[in-house]
Design a protein around this ligand. Structure first.
Ligand SMILES: NC(=O)c1ccc[n+]([C@@H]2O[C@H](COP(=O)([O-])OP(=O)(O)OC[C@H]3O[C@@H](n4cnc5c(N)ncnc54)[C@H](OP(=O)(O)O)[C@@H]3O)[C@@H](O)[C@H]2O)c1
Length: 266
């Protein structure tokens, strides 16, 4: 068994490869910057990535909801011999999502992961520059909370689904164990980093515009804006049971995450 790990340099992908390493499972890590180059926007790179693999951890392109690439890739993967696909989807998407549909209709074993926002967005991605600058611009002032999830827990669930039986045909809703407002999350980051970071409230329309200026496709920028508004209005606070049901223990807490990630903010 060789597992193709797409997005292997990303927040979940590199944790998936580390866990597969620890288990001694063979895998092929790919992204646009790996020795075997894989680019979602360049189909000529797909065959070499798929050569000899039997399972795929499928991280779709971020910043867009376009399903064209995944819909083209999945049948190609099945023809190449892939028998199991674990898709990284997102909370708020449903079975109408084109990428989820492509995986469900693949004819091979599939598992879909729908996580909440990653805690690591504050230390490895979207929000890091803003945390370091002391201000996060979001239409999220207020009391609404969100159970940010540790990317390590998503990776551990993905590895279970890739390497163990019993996860085929299942969609897992994944969240962290505690819902926090953005203000609370930033206060905890402040406690370990000594930084004071405030939320600067903007209108939803201005936020969508900012995301698009940052490279997000319009449709995805609108979905992310709706997600932030959902958090602000308290509709995104529910905890999901996917992590404990697969791993047999609660996911990592936000406090554990900030201790581990503290170096990113110093
Ligand atoms: N972040 C969140 O809070 C969150 C929450 C729920 C769901 N998700 C979903 O997770 C997925 C990705 O997450 P993310 O945005 O947080 O990023 P990420 O997985 O941390 O990083 C993106 C990965 O994709 C690779 N990549 C970027 N462009 C690529 C391309 N054209 N072809 C092939 N690989 C490419 C990157 O590596 P290179 O730059 O080396 O190519 C990197 O390995 C998205 O589908 C998103 O919807 C994210």
């Amino acid at each position: 068994m060789t597992i193709l790990v797409i997005g292997a340099t990303g927040k979940t992908g590199r944790r998936v490869t580390a866990a597969l390493d620890a288990l001694g499972v063979a895998y092929r890590p790919v992204s646009r910057s790996t020795p075997i180059r894989f680019d979602w926007t360049d189909q000529s790179t797909w065959a070499a990535a798929l050569d000899g693999v039997t399972a795929v951890y499928l991280v779709p392109l971020g910043m867009t909801l376009d399903d064209t690439e995944v819909a083209a890739f999945v049948p190609q993967a099945v023809v190449a011999g892939v028998r199991r696909i674990v898709l990284l989807s997102a909370r708020g998407l449903d079975s109408d999502d084109g990428r989820e549909r492509a995986v469900r209709e693949s004819g091979v074993d599939w598992t879909i992961l729908r996580p909440t926002w990653f805690s690591q967005n504050f230390s490895e991605d979207y929000f890091l520059a803003e945390v370091l600058a002391g201000e996060i611009v979001l239409p999220a002032g207020g009391d609404g909370a969100h159970p940010f999830i540790d990317a390590q827990d998503i990776a551990d669930v993905a590895v279970a689904a890739l390497t163990q039986d019993g996860h085929a045909g299942v969609t897992y809703e994944l969240s962290g164990p505690e819902a926090l407002t953005f203000g609370e999350a930033l206060a905890r980051i402040g406690d370990v980093s000594g930084r004071s970071v405030r939320v600067v409230d903007v209108t939803p329309a201005d936020y969508t515009e900012l995301l698009m200026q940052g490279g997000f496709a319009q449709g995805y920028a609108e979905v992310l804006t709706m997600s932030v508004i959902g958090i602000r209005d308290g509709q995104e606070a529910a905890l999901s049971d996917g992590v404990p049901s697969v791993l047999g223990h609660d996911g990592g807490s936000f406090d554990d995450y900030v201790k581990e990630a503290a170096g990113a903010w110093r």
